[in-house]
Design a protein around this ligand. Sequence first.
Ligand code: 5GP
Length: 117
Amino acid sequence: MSYDSNNVFAKILRHEIPNTTVYEDDFVLAFKDINPKAKIHVLVIPKGAYVDFQDLLDHAPQSEIDGFLKGILATVHALNLTNGYRLVLNTGKDSGQEVPHLHAHILAGEKLCVNQL
Ligand code: 5GP
């Protein structure tokens, strides 16, 4: 899948759509999911234009790969998730990925069901 710069997360990065930011650095933006599936549901997206995890690994410089992974952990720390969390990377059709810009879901804040999200 090629990157479509009209996707909703690209628009959020360009400040064309508002978001509730919980963490930001040079490499990632983390914001609350508009339709939360858990008490805490945050999305972490790289600032670079990548469709999914494979695209990031295949095309991003190491600094952006490291920045994405460290940005996820920095978001976890910013949210103070001492009781744990679930990390989900939906990828492709079968996963139900809706937005074609790489994003990590962080779910937390309650005891999560096996099939939550
Ligand atoms: P996916 O199914 O692609 O893994 O997840 C996309 C997520 O993006 C969904 O959980 C959906 O609720 C969220 N989402 C879609 N549009 C928006 C939006 O405009 N703002 C925010 N904050 N979240 C969105």
